[in-house]
Design a protein around this ligand. Structure first.
Ligand code: ADP
Ligand code: MG
Length: 256
């Protein structure tokens, strides 16, 4: 049975999609069977996996609304060697349209059940909000991976997310836990990064992943070629860090 993880942080631009796409490709390189779920109407994970978001017959939107299923809507990323349930702008409408439906928080969970035997990992790239879409991600998952930049305001937003995760755990999904905080876009030359990083370790202990993702321009360039960074330039520091993170995740799921 697949282990399901959300990559979540309600802030935009913190590295969620980069983490989801590169972890998916990194895990695939470690021979793990991966389904990446793009739950952001921006469709950045879809494009980053080399799938044209403008050319989708069905996507996660139709799946959530019960008009399609995962087996029909999924695609294979030829560059990343993983499967993806793609998204595009249509998905923005799901927020409102799901309100009227039964099990509105659990629609993704129910849909994914159909294929959970086919994968080792499912990774959900969440949008930058604590919305109904993110709630569907949190209800479907066993755990949350929180990417964060080591900057002054990073900790401030974290408490809202942690509180949301606690509420979902209490009311909707008792499986849910924080798997870990992932330090991304890390610049070791900055004193502030070092300080915030040390603070994180103090507060969250072994909930902070050992792997640290450096700021690396190759990771930022890769999506414009429709490739995960770990495939675009495997020897780059960013790629190496995401491969190491993949290995850390494989190790961690044995202790869950
Ligand atoms: P989010 O999904 O949280 O909005 P993204 O993953 O899209 O964040 O990242 C925001 C921007 O930062 C993108 O342009 C991305 O290419 C860039 N980026 C993300 N991680 C890194 C990194 N480790 N090094 C350099 N650029 C990065
Ligand atoms: Mg994103």
């Amino acid at each position: 049975m697949a282990k399901i993880f959300c990559v979540a942080n309600q802030k935009g631009g913190v590295g969620k999609t980069t983490t989801a796409v590169n972890l998916a490709a990194g895990l695939a390189q470690l021979n793990q069977r991966v389904l990446l779920i793009d739950l952001d109407p921006q469709g950045n994970a879809t494009m980053g996996a080399g799938i044209n978001k403008a050319d989708l017959e069905s996507s996660v939107y139709q799946v959530l609304l019960g008009m399609s299923d995962v087996k029909t809507a999924r695609k294979t990323s030829e560059t990343g060697k993983f499967d993806i349930l793609p998204a595009n702008r249509e998905l923005a409408g799901a927020e409102v349209e799901m309100v009227e439906l039964d099990n509105r928080e659990k629609r993704l969970k129910l849909a994914l059940a159909e294929v959970e035997g086919e994968y080792d990992f499912m990774l959900i790239d969440c949008p930058p909000a604590l919305s109904m879409l993110t709630l569907n991600g949190l209800c479907a998952a066993h755990g949350v991976i929180i990417p964060m930049q080591c900057e002054y305001y990073a900790l401030e937003g974290l408490s809202d997310l942690v509180n949301t995760i606690k509420k979902v755990h209490a009311k909707l999904n008792t499986d849910l836990k924080i798997i870990g905080l992932l330090r991304v876009m890390f610049d070791p030359r900055m004193t502030l990064s070092q300080q915030v990083s040390a603070q994180l370790e103090q507060h969250f202990g072994d909930k902070v992943f050992k792997s640290i993702i450096p700021r690396n321009v190759r990771l930022a360039e890769a999506p414009s070629y429709g490739m995960p960074g770990v495939v675009f330039d495997p020897s780059s520091k960013g790629a190496q860090a995401y491969i190491a993170f993949g290995a850390e995740m494989v190790e961690r799921i044995h202790t869950l």
